[in-house]
Structures are given as C-alpha cells and as structure tokens.
Design a protein around this ligand. Structure first.
Ligand code: BGC
Length: 550
C-alpha cells in the first residue's frame, strides 16, 4: 500500500458503503469486440466517481469460456485475454484508488471451469488419483456404472452429475457439478484446494484489491458419504438450521473462512469480504461475523412484495441479525441474477418471473411507470438505512429488464439445461446504454454481445446526465446527501400512517416512503430530496422523500 493511501484512514469504511456492481462484459467495451472489458471500466471511473460510489465490485473477469457468464473460472489469478491483461487491471485499480473508489473482486470457490488446468489434469488421470481428488469424482451406479451416483439436481438443470469419457472413448467416472456441467465442484477436503484459494486471495490483495465477494459461500464443504440423502431442490427453506445438510451451510465451511480472515487481517486496512450465502436467515450471522467473512448479502428485500409492513419487518430483522454478528447489514434490490427491480415493481407481486420471461415480458404486461416510481422510492429507502447498499450497474438509469431477448441471443446456461423452458438471467445483463445513439448506444464501436432494444436510448446516461429529476441525477443526489448525513448506524422508527414507512437517523435525517397510491402529508421539516414531485407538502404514492429536522 502507498504511504498516505486514503484506504488506511478508516478500517470501518465498508460498514456504510455504497458498492456498485460492475458486470464487466456488459459495462463498457473499449476494443470493439462487443464484450465489455477492463479498459472500458477504467474509461468510466470518472462516471463512477461522479455517481459517488465508495467501491465497485467486479463480477468475474478471469479467463473463462463464459459457460456461465464468467462464473466458470479457468484461472483464478489472471485476466481473461478477451477482457484485458493484468497490467490493464493494475491501471484500473490505480485509477479507482486515485478517485477514492475501492475495488472488490469476485471469488468463485465452489467450482472452477472444466477448462481449469486441474480439471483437465483430473480428466486424464486415473480414478482415485491425487488429481481427481481435487474435484468430486464417483463411480456410477447400475451394471456398467451408467447411472449417476445419485439423483441430485443441479441449480441449472436436472442432474448434478456428468459422466466422463476416457481418452480411448470409454465411459468413465462421474463428477459433481451443482451448477452447469462446465462448472465442476471442488473437493474442499483437499488441502491443495484450500491452499490454492489462500494463494488467490493473497494474489489479489497484494495487487491492491480492497474486498472480495464470495460466490455461493454456503456450499464449499460437502458430506459425500453414502447413503446419499434425497435432495429435491435447493430451496433455502429446506436447509435445516443445524448445519446437517449434506451440501450446504456446513460448519467446516466456516473454518475455511476463518483461515481467509487471518489473511485478510494481515493487510492494512484489512481486506473485507461479503458472502453470497443462501442459508436460513438466522444462520446468516455466521458468515458475517468478524472472524469469518465480515458481511453477508441480505437478499430479503429483493424478493419482498411492495408492502410497507413487510419492508419494515424485514428491515428490523436484518438490522438485528447484523448487530448479532457485529457486522452491518447489506441492502440489495438488483444484481446480475434477478429481474431488474424497475420491472419487478411494475408487475403483480405473485408474478413467476420465469414464466413472465417466457412470454417475452408480455404476460402480464408490466406497468413501466409504476415500476420506475417504486424502484426510485425503494432505492431512496435503502440508501437511508444503516449498512451498506449494493447497486447493480444500470439501475441508476432506471433500466428495466430486457424481457424479449430472442432465443438465439440467449447465453445463460439455464436456457439449454432446462430444455429451453427457462430463459434465465440475460435480460438484466444487456450492455449499458451510454449514449442516445451510435453503435450499441456508446457501449462499444461494434455492437454488443447481447442485443439492446431501441428503447435503451431513452435510458442512456447521455439523455439523463444533468437533467433534474432523471433517475441518474436522483441517484447522484441521494448518494451525495447520504454521504453527508450518515453518522452512527442507528435507526429510530417513527409512527406513521398505514402503508407508509418512516424512520429517522441521528442528526434529524428522516426517510418517509409512501407505499400506497394516494398522496400522504409529509412530516414537518425541510424536504431535501424526493423521488417524485411533492405537491402542497404531500408525497405522491409509490415515492420516498427525505426530510431534515436539523
Ligand atoms: C452467481 C451466479 C452464478 C452462480 C454459480 C451465483 O450465485 O451470482 O451468477 O451463476 O453463483 O457460480
């Protein structure tokens, strides 16, 4: 670390940070190949600084065949040549640090790509060899081992097992993959695997990375002993709270993170981490405690219907959980795995998004205006809460989901694995519109890897930049105000009319959200920001206002 580095100033910077998720392939293309890249990110650091975010989190940019958008990593300690070089990465991080922006990278420890050198070595090695022990290989069942070891499903399709073929074309053992067949699961009982990930964490920390987002943090260690239990699906509601599930949330997984924590703490400031852990809510603090990863994603609001009472209850629960582990809560409305919240909020709350996407977003038809109004209100609400806010690229433009991508454009492995019955997550990964016109609306000079609809022009940065009331300017103002106003991580609920949520933060900062349809009188004070115009002291429905009484 450089002397006088701004990062050394505050070891608690992450507790109330605004972290902006960059999905590198879809952010900005600098070399006209239709794929976003590292230099593209560097070229937009100024934009990120103007937005006011404290940090960016980069989804995987490592060498990958992109079987799962980069979450199939072929080399954990390099940059995908399609996206740049390590030197480009160094320039990007240095540019970010110069502008006061920290950088998180994504660590994908549950599985690698099938193109990872270890898996390639395993494939040509004998059953029972040291090379195979780094992954989870098993003999098949049935007379000739033709049947998979068990009937577990994968997240992306009907079976978690794929059979190998020896070099002479003879069918061999099966390997476990909880995601796509191109994503073989590591064996976390293997010490080489454990050591290699420590190496990876040091590698990126030494390069100046400030934090890590840990993918599928609840999976890693597994009980693969027989008899295998019946596992129908991966619904979090079916994960027992005693750590006894064979695949998820096992106590040994936390041991791994304790080992990582020791490494994080050797840096100044200590490196931070946030867990993507799909575990029963009350088990979440185990991942966010100071001796493990330190923070965990709270996706509860992402699946919450638009209801004042439900939001309030969820906020209370999560503040409580975070306090239990000594961490701060996280708040998330969108990411690269879900339908964008500007679309979700314009759909009935019981909508099945898989079915909706299969109808090309027509059935039911979303109410775009309502969706955007609620999205803006929800964002202001979470930005006023104590804790960290994670934003997903494009939400600051109010971008809706692209629900009608043509079948031939789809890249998500879910599409093929589910026999073309589920479109998957490409609709929130369409490259960003920077300009109103031009090739791929300024994303790059030669098209975009996922087709952008014409209406993207209306959401472009160019059209919103400097325009009062635009969603981009609302985000900029809200983030800047939050920075000024936020102090201690306290929240006080204020009694308010039905269908509203009102709380205050130290220093007289009030946030008031009207979840109903009719205008409601705002509490006394000075209105400093509102997601919709306030008329005669009344806040319209589906809106949030911030008021100060200081
Ligand atoms: C990531 C997904 C990815 C999966 C497998 C997740 O939770 O967010 O995008 O497909 O892990 O790596």
């Amino acid at each position: 670390m450089e002397p006088n580095d701004f990062r050394a100033e505050d070891g608690n910077w992450w507790r109330q940070a605004v972290v902006y998720q960059v999905y590198p392939r879809s952010f900005k293309d600098s070399n006209a190949d239709g794929l976003g890249d590292v230099r593209g990110i560097t070229s937009k650091v100024e934009y990120l600084a103007t937005l006011g975010v404290d940090a960016i989190w980069l989804s995987p940019f490592y060498p990958s065949a992109l079987a799962d958008g980069g979450y199939d990593v072929a080399d954990y300690r390099d940059v995908d040549p399609k996206l740049g070089t390590l030197a480009d990465f160094d320039s990007m991080i240095s540019e970010c640090h110069q502008r006061g922006i920290r950088v998180f990278v994504d660590i994908v420890p549950n599985h690698s790509s099938d193109l990872h050198s270890w898996f390639q070595e395993a494939l040509v090695s004998e059953p029972g060899s040291a090379a195979r022990d780094r992954y989870i290989f098993r003999d098949g069942k049935g007379e000739n081992g033709d049947l998979p070891p068990n009937d577990w499903p994968s997240h992306f399709g009907p079976s978690a097992w794929t059979r190998t073929t020896t070099s002479s074309g003879v069918p061999g053992q099966w390997y476990l993959h909880l995601f796509a067949p191109e994503q073989p699961d590591f064996n976390w009982d293997n010490t080489e695997v454990i050591e290699d990930f420590k190496h990876t964490i040091r590698f990126w920390s030494d390069r100046g990375v400030d934090g890590f987002r840990i993918d599928v943090a609840h999976a890693l260690t597994k009980d693969m002993s027989e008899p295998y239990p019946k596992i129908r699906d991966f619904d979090v509601k079916r994960i027992p709270v005693d750590g006894s599930h064979h695949l998820f949330d096992r106590d040994q997984t936390l041991e791994i993170y304790r080992g990582w924590r020791e490494i994080f703490n050797t840096y100044n400031p200590p490196r931070v981490a946030v867990a993507e852990a799909s575990v029963p809510t009350r088990r979440r603090p185990r991942y966010s405690s100071p001796d493990t990863l330190g923070q965990a994603f709270n996706f509860d609001l992402m699946v919450m219907p638009w209801s004042a009472a439900k939001f309030k209850k969820s906020i209370d629960l999560n503040l409580d959980l975070a306090a239990k582990s000594g961490s701060s809560s996280t708040w998330v409305l969108s990411n690269h795995d879900v339908v964008r919240h500007a679309s979700r909020y314009g759909l009935p709350s019981r909508t099945n998004y898989d079915t909706w996407l299969m109808s090309d977003g027509t059935s039911p038809a979303p109410d775009g205006e309502l969706g955007l109004a609620r999205a803006r209100a929800a964002t202001m609400l979470i930005l006023a809460l104590p804790g960290s806010t994670y934003l997903y690229q494009g939400e600051e433009l109010g971008l809706p989901e692209v629900a009608n991508l043509p079948a031939e454009a789809l890249q998500d492995p879910m599409w093929m694995q589910y026999g073309m019955t589920r479109k998957g997550r490409d609709g929130c990964r369409v490259p960003l519109p920077w300009n109103q016109q031009g090739s791929s609306f300024g994303f790059g000079d030669n098209g975009a890897h996922l087709p952008q609809p014409d209406w993207f022009s209306d959401y472009s940065v160019e059209i919103q930049d400097g325009v009062m009331g635009s969603t981009l300017e609302l985000y900029r103002s809200a983030i800047a105000l939050r920075k000024k106003l936020q102090a201690a991580e306290d929240l006080t609920w204020v009694k308010s009319p039905r269908n509203t949520v009102h709380f205050s933060r130290p220093g007289g900062w009030h946030s008031f959200t009207n979840f109903g349809a009719k205008p409601v009188t705002l509490p006394a004070g000075t209105i400093i920001l509102a997601s919709a115009p306030v008329v005669d002291g009344k806040l319209p429905g589906n809106s949030t206002a911030w008021v100060t009484t200081a």
